[in-house]
Write a protein that binds this ligand. Sequence first.
Ligand code: CMX
Length: 136
Amino acid sequence: MNFEKIEHIGIAVKDLEEAKIRYTKLLGVEPYKQEEVTREGVITLFFLVGQTKIELLAATRSDSAIAKFIEKKGEGIHHIAYHVEDIRLTMQSLKSQGFEFIYDEPKEGADNKWITFIHPKSCNGVLTELCQERTN
Ligand code: CMX
């Protein structure tokens, strides 16, 4: 069960508006979507770069994973997300090989996806997301 591609790279930022201007210049393209995920306490902004997306993430609450990350490590790459065809099957297979997932069940994420995370301790310090396109 191979991953299909890197779906997106998540970058934690303090100021979404400032980062939006910077990344629009850097990537030479406007973001195609801005979306708040209330449950996660984040607001996200997506750019398309070839087949991969860059997701800028800013915290909307002080208890959000992004706020905690920035407080501890500063701004920077927060996670790498891989596209999978069947998220539950992939979770099952990886769990059986000892990977530690943060949620037991996939959740609704930004940009019309089912998402789940593998703990950074299971991936050499990299928070790793799996995502599947949501069709319902
Ligand atoms: N990348 C790498 N390491 C990270 C990390 C990240 N993004 N976030 C935390 N860590 C590190 C912590 O610094 C800590 O390191 P040390 O043990 O060396 O101090 C370690 O992971 C474990 O931390 P923890 O105490 O278990 O947990 P935290 O409270 O720091 O939470 C995590 C970490 C990954 C469990 C939490 O951030 C989480 O549940 N993340 C998944 C959800 C998420 O990130 N949502 C935001 C994005 C949503 C979206 O993309 O839409």
